[in-house]
Design a protein around this ligand. Structure first.
Ligand SMILES: NC(=O)c1ccc[n+]([C@@H]2O[C@H](COP(=O)([O-])OP(=O)(O)OC[C@H]3O[C@@H](n4cnc5c(N)ncnc54)[C@H](O)[C@@H]3O)[C@@H](O)[C@H]2O)c1
Length: 340
């Protein structure tokens, strides 16, 4: 039996979902949907399936079993909730939602209807991330004392002007934090583990002229296990510099620069993991290194669906990251510490 799969949202991230679904034996991409009819038709021709402009119609007419949500942030929650109510499993792009309460509703509705909800945080599958996580979980690094991360990327006014939803509070729900730094903040939370104790942050638009949302943010996230982590994020740098994340631990230091992890133990040993040059993402004529981790997460999603178990990154798991992201905004807007 093959899962009948549909994808809503045929923009930038679409190929990272469509190509893996096409290539997996257990799935059939039966339809795609975009509110722009020409785009939906173009993608449908490319993937030899049917085109829709209304995702509700696609769900019903195609009797979908799984939907991938690749639309602007403000649409994730209503689409996921509708799909869950119609018995459809969901794989949703990051972030889950704009508001934390909506993300809670997504998880609740999926649970009530017995469907699986997965959320994309593909960077957890990068070899460097896997090395750090396993070194922490196995105890090789001992206790984590503290952590810090920085994301300094480029999303220019031009970039924002090409989009009809980015740069707005109501549709994107924020700027550098909810869209770009979310990946590295999620990695930090995954590495450090545990629940949040408080978030104390500031956000500002310091260098853009055409957007409402923040292009800079900094602050501290304290976890209930006592670990303090600091973050710094801007998207007015002139290039996408490699992200940097560092964990100071009892038995050494773990650093992630871009995708490359280096673990330097206090006794002089070093462990390194980076992208595997043999792992490439195939899309049309292109071969590229970006996209491989999407394939891995999508394989995990369908593999666990077949076994009737839960994927690595469930709605529940992603909810804590959503809580952290929303708390950064609340703290920044209110100018006070958010305690949990
Ligand atoms: N995981 C990653 O690394 C990564 C990278 C890029 C984007 N994303 C995420 O993917 C999502 C989409 O981002 P994007 O860059 O592809 O955006 P995009 O603007 O390129 O594409 C979104 C598409 O959704 C369509 N759409 C909007 N409302 C719709 C509706 N109601 N019904 C049907 N179609 C609708 C738009 O017409 C557009 O074609 C976002 O959540 C974004 O954060 C994730």
């Amino acid at each position: 039996m093959k899962y009948r799969v549909g994808i809503v949202g045929c923009g930038n991230i679409f190929p990272m979902h469509a190509a893996p679904v096409r290539d997996l034996d257990c799935c059939e991409l039966v339809a795609v949907c975009d509110s722009k009819p020409e785009l939906a038709q173009q993608r449908a021709r490319e993937f030899n399936c049917r085109a829709y402009t209304d995702y509700r119609q696609m769900i019903e007419a195609e009797q979908l079993e799984v939907i991938h949500i690749c639309t602007p942030h403000f649409e994730h929650a209503p689409m996921a909730i509708y799909a869950a109510e119609h018995g459809v499993h969901i794989l949703c792009e990051k972030p889950m939602s704009i508001d934390y309460a909506d993300a809670v509703e997504m998880v609740k509705t999926a649970r009530q209807n017995g469907v699986t909800l997965g959320v994309i945080f593909q960077n957890r599958y990068n070899p460097g991330s896997v090395l750090i996580k396993s070194a922490l979980d196995s105890g090789m690094l001992g206790k984590v004392f503290s952590g810090k991360l920085s994301v300094t990327w480029n999303r220019s006014d031009d970039y924002y002007q090409k989009s009809d939803w980015k740069g707005t509070w109501d549709k994107e729900g924020g700027g550098v934090i909810i869209d770009q730094a979310i990946h590295t903040l999620d990695l930090m939370r995954w590495f450090v583990g545990g629940e949040l104790e408080y978030v104390d942050a500031s956000i500002a638009n310091r260098a853009h002229t055409t957007i409402e949302v923040e292009d800079s943010a900094e602050g501290v996230i304290k976890f209930k296990n006592g670990i303090l982590t600091a973050f710094f994020a801007i998207n007015y740098y002139t290039t996408d510099a490699p992200i940097e994340l560092e964990l100071h631990c009892q038995k050494g230091t773990a650093t992630l620069v871009g995708e490359k992890a280096t673990i330097s133990f206090n006794d002089g040993r070093t462990l390194i993991a980076d992208k595997n040059p043999n792992e490439v993402f195939h899309y049309g004529e292109q071969k590229q290194y970006w996209g491989v981790s999407h394939v891995k997460q999508i394989e995990n999603f369908y593999g666990t669906l077949q076994k009737n178990t839960q994927p690595d990154i469930t709605g529940e798991e992603a909810l804590e990251t959503q809580k952290m992201i929303c708390a950064i905004y609340d703290s920044g807007k209110l100018g006070k510490r958010i305690l949990f």
